[in-house]
Design a protein around this ligand. Structure first.
Ligand SMILES: Cc1cc2nc3c(=O)[nH]c(=O)nc-3n(C[C@H](O)[C@H](O)[C@H](O)COP(=O)(O)O)c2cc1C
Length: 325
């Protein structure tokens, strides 16, 4: 399970950085994988407000870190943490640029009516701190964070916020931070760690295993941790597969292929389901394995892809029923 944290302060070793690091260490101690994105270190072009994403579902800026790295991470992550200092009652400009660019995901959801399969179980959490003591200090960032989480398909699960934190080192001196963080992390991620872990695998991880994992996430992602991978992953997922999943309203945008070995070592699955690529299908000794023996629809007419999609949906529904009772 990936926990993605956005560190919003341009001060590299400041209070926000400390707070987020404590949070991520607590998550790792429970067995989660973590990744921190330093917003100020990334090349993120601010949103141009051009409306391109509302029609096409992708951003017109194609070669910055938002498109190349952050959209895919936002789709892979199951928990998103926004960590920020207060700058004029809101977030620093570099983090705001990142948040504004999530308009592309907002457009996919609200304009193109596509459902990200993880939308109903992905969780969002806010960490904030600022120098002053005012009652309304966090109102601005809370509103911004809630709207951001909604756009990226994460349910807002609360916040930790600290007043009267100003100089570097102030956060470290705060007496309650470790207990606060531990309690919040336990509540936030423990339910997701208890899920049954299923790895869907085929050779290229471009079509069948992608559809299977997406249906499993869509239908039961709160109870099954579904991941997919391939023994020889293709460079990209299959565009016809993306099309036929969109016909069902399921958003496969920004998903990537991944290596089987890495997925096995990170996920440590309870079960592996292969798609039926004959000799090329991965076999992992000692692991519960099921083979679905599905035909490879890559390069065939769209109707073949549709039939395989429907077959996979049926099989995932039956799997969910038998796994969860
Ligand atoms: C440009 C700027 C604007 C700020 N605006 C506010 C503010 O509106 N309210 C506040 O309480 N603190 C404000 N601060 C103080 C920071 O929130 C505070 O020093 C915080 O601890 C910095 O976090 P960091 O160490 O992670 O950078 C501001 C600081 C800067 C540099």
């Amino acid at each position: 399970m990936l926990i993605l944290g956005f560190q919003g302060s341009p001060r590299k070793k400041g209070n926000t950085n400390y707070l987020l690091s404590v949070f991520m260490e607590a998550a790792e101690a429970l067995g989660a994988q973590t990744r921190i994105i330093e917003a100020a270190q990334k090349h993120i072009v601010p949103c141009l407000g051009c409306g391109f994403c509302e029609k096409k579902g992708i951003c017109i800026t194609k070669d910055d870190d938002m498109t190349l790295e952050i959209y895919p991470l936002l789709r892979e992550a199951e928990v998103v943490v926004l960590a920020t200092p207060i700058y004029f009652y809101n977030v620093p400009a570099q983090l705001k640029a990142l948040i504004d660019r999530s308009q592309t995901l907002w457009s996919r959801k609200y304009k193109l009516k596509l459902t990200d399969p993880a939308r109903h179980y992905r969780r969002g959490f806010l960490l904030a701190q600022g120098a002053t003591k005012g009652k309304n200090l966090f109102e601005g960032v809370e509103l911004t964070a809630k709207y951001f989480f909604d756009a990226v398909g994460a349910e807002y699960h609360g916040s930790l916020s600290y007043r009267h934190i100003e100089a570097v080192g102030d956060m470290e001196k705060h007496s309650a931070i470790h207990t606060d963080v531990k309690n919040s992390v336990d509540r936030l991620i423990s339910p997701l760690l208890d899920r049954k872990k299923i790895l869907f695998a085929c050779r290229e991880n471009a079509c069948r295993s992608q559809m299977a994992a997406a249906f499993a996430q869509y239908l039961a992602g709160d109870k099954i941790e579904a991941v997919c991978a391939g023994s020889e992953p293709a460079e990209k997922i299959n565009s016809d597969m993306v099309k036929v999943m969109a016909e069902k309203g399921i958003d496969m945008g920004f998903r990537k292929t991944r290596f089987l070995d890495k997925a096995v070592s990170e996920l440590q699955p309870d079960m592996i389901i292969t798609m039926g690529c004959g000799e090329a299908c991965p076999f992992i000794p000692g692991m519960q394995r099921l083979d679905w023996n599905l035909p490879d629809p890559a390069g065939k007419p769209l109707d073949v892809m549709r039939n395989v999609r429907d077959e996979i949906e049926k099989k995932v529904k039956a799997l969910v029923k038998s796994t969860l009772g």
